[in-house]
Design a protein around this ligand. Structure first.
Ligand code: CA
Length: 421
């Protein structure tokens, strides 16, 4: 697929993350102004809240859906309205659009450099999965040895746990090193202390744009997905290790989950579909997929110590996953669990087969045993105070790139003692 040219010149540059082929949805403000829904195009943001209020571009003829600082009401309209809106916006921004339209868009747009980006949607509920086979194998090998690395259910079930929507924050939000119960392997009793093994996890987040009641098929689940964001599932490995049996992650995963600010729609990613890898055990029929369920998205992780340049510590691709978001969503509903508009599903850590493709420090440093050397000469096993961790994602077409915008967070030192008050 080729670049769709825009009359906004910056959207035609091969390196821009936001060509006309992308049109990702976000929420922005300028100065002390209010929060508005916006669409990224080149180096500008189109104020679609303003376009709707002026009657120039309406997603719903009868109701305002972009008059609140989140995209949930728009998502609720459903796939046909999503497609109509995208088509109308594409036409208005395409090369050759009438002068009058270009003037209107220019009036209702701002330079991205002047804007602050906010959470693009209200997270209804948050579920995190464990669908990367290399990640599950690496972590399992560290804890149980290579023979028993994958749990017996792993090749049959997209494993997940229910996380906390309240912990999801937008890129740029600082993250505070948590305190928690820790127990060294040779210690008899736990202590309450700041986490010493604070980590990141490279993931993609799928956003559910349609509600469901009762079980849905993989094909139906696919149609319910509105778009994707990059997602960093910050993880306190020492808290996690002591608490996780028998009910899974809890406080080790509850400090924060950072997402990138732009929702890249399923429509924008359509040309980049790739199949899930061959099944190593046949799936139950309800999990079978009838179209390629993954996307070819290059992913990169950079770590910058405070005041130092960043080092790329991992490069991998979303196609490494074993289960797709549609399979995860379908499985999520098997029990009758209702899904809501704004539900966020973390893919699980994305790791490739080789060491430089691993999506967490737990794997990159092999449980802290093999420190990484950064470009600054410093070494890392887990994150240090002041470190900034940034995820990048890009699907690459011919002469254009579908980018996600950065998913970034800086680790602040733990509080002195959270209970000293
Ligand atoms: Ca995770």
């Amino acid at each position: 697929m080729a670049l769709i040219k825009s009359w906004i010149e910056s959207a035609n540059a091969p390196e821009t993350p936001f060509p006309l082929n992308n049109l990702p949805y976000g929420v922005f403000s300028v100065g002390e102004g209010d929060l508005r829904c916006g669409v990224a195009i080149g180096d500008r943001i189109v104020d679609v809240t303003g376009l709707e209020a002026a009657g120039i571009l309406r997603a719903d003829p009868d109701a305002d859906v972009l008059d609140a600082p989140f995209w949930n009401d728009f998502m609720e309209l459903g796939p046909e309205a999503w497609a109509r809106f995208r088509a109308a916006l594409t036409q208005m921004l395409a090369e050759g659009a009438p002068e009058r339209v270009q003037d209107e868009i220019t009036t209702f747009s701002v330079p991205m450099a002047e804007a602050t980006l906010h959470m693009p949607f209200q997270v209804a509920e948050y579920t995190d999965f464990y669908a990367g086979k290399n990640h599950a194998f690496n972590v399992g090998t560290m804890f149980r040895g290579p023979e028993n690395a994958l749990p017996p259910n792993w090749l049959s079930i997209p494993i997940g746990y229910n996380g906390r929507a309240s912990s999801v924050v937008v890129s740029g939000t600082p993250v505070r090193r948590p305190w928690g119960q820790l127990k060294a392997p040779d210690a008899e009793l736990p202590v309450f202390a700041p986490s010493r093994r604070f980590d990141f996890e490279l993931e993609l987040g799928a956003i559910v744009g349609q509600a469901s009641q009762g079980p849905v098929t993989v094909d139906e689940a696919e149609e319910m997905i509105f778009g994707y964001v990059l997602l960093n599932d910050w993880s306190a490995r020492d808290i996690q290790a002591w608490e996780y049996q028998p009910l899974g992650p809890f406080q080790g995963k509850a400090t924060a989950t950072t997402i990138s600010p732009w929702i890249v729609t399923r429509a924008a990613l359509e040309p980049f579909r790739v199949p899930t890898p061959p099944r190593e055990r046949p799936l139950l029929p309800y999990l079978e997929e009838h179209r390629p369920g993954l996307y070819d998205i290059d992913l990169e992780v950079r770590l910058a110590p405070e005041g130092k340049p960043a080092t790329t510590i991992s490069r991998t691709n979303y196609r490494e996953m074993y289960y797709s978001s549609a399979q995860q969503l379908a499985h999520h509903t098997t029990s009758g669990c209702p899904m809501r508009v704004g539900d966020l599903l973390g893919s699980g850590t994305i790791s490739g087969a080789t060491k430089p493709e691993r999506g967490s420090l737990l794997e990159l440093s092999w449980g802290g045993k093999e420190p990484l050397t950064l470009d600054s000469g410093e070494t890392r096993t887990f994150l240090e105070d002041g470190d900034t961790l940034t995820l990048f994602g890009a699907a690459r077409g011919e002469g254009f790139t579908i980018g996600f915008g950065a998913c970034s967070g800086t680790l602040l030192p733990a509080l002195e003692d959270p209970y000293a008050r």
